[in-house]
Design a protein around this ligand. Sequence first.
Ligand code: DLZ
Length: 164
Amino acid sequence: MSSHTFSYTADQSLPIPDAGEMRFGIITTEWNNHITDKLLSGAIDELTAQGVDKSNITTKRVPGSFELVYAAQQLAKYGHVNGIIIIGCVIRGDTPHFDYICQGVTQGIAQLNATSNIPVIFGLLTVNNEEQAEERAGGKLGNKGREFALTAIKMVDYAWKLQK
Ligand code: DLZ
């Protein structure tokens, strides 16, 4: 099996759009907050590094990943933001709960993207164990929060260019 890991934070093939006027909402979970807090920090660091004003970043917290879909739908409706990043971490356990949560969030966010006017970035880690989560939250695979932020900027830019 290939050990290659996809990452696009280091070498961007496309220029990163100007994010100076963009407003973002980020929703994170209380569940596994030792991971989601690090992803949140990574996302905020990247957004501000790309010129987003801190006052234009709204952060919200929900209990668990399953709540992210409703929270994103409400934020899209009432939050006055141009794009949303949902951040959660689901760690496989001994019961099928993992699969139900992952499916629910994945399908819910996909549906939201098909119906909402603003992009919702899928920042859900679905991992087998703590180690895999730590690797993606500032460990040897970087901080995926930064990738979520860059994706959010690119998708808002995509929408703005079409809406002009
Ligand atoms: C119940 C549950 C379980 C078992 N595991 C996780 C998890 O790994 N990550 C996560 O974000 N949330 C988990 N939850 C909580 C659910 O997402 C949800 O909050 C509850 O089922 C209540 O709707």
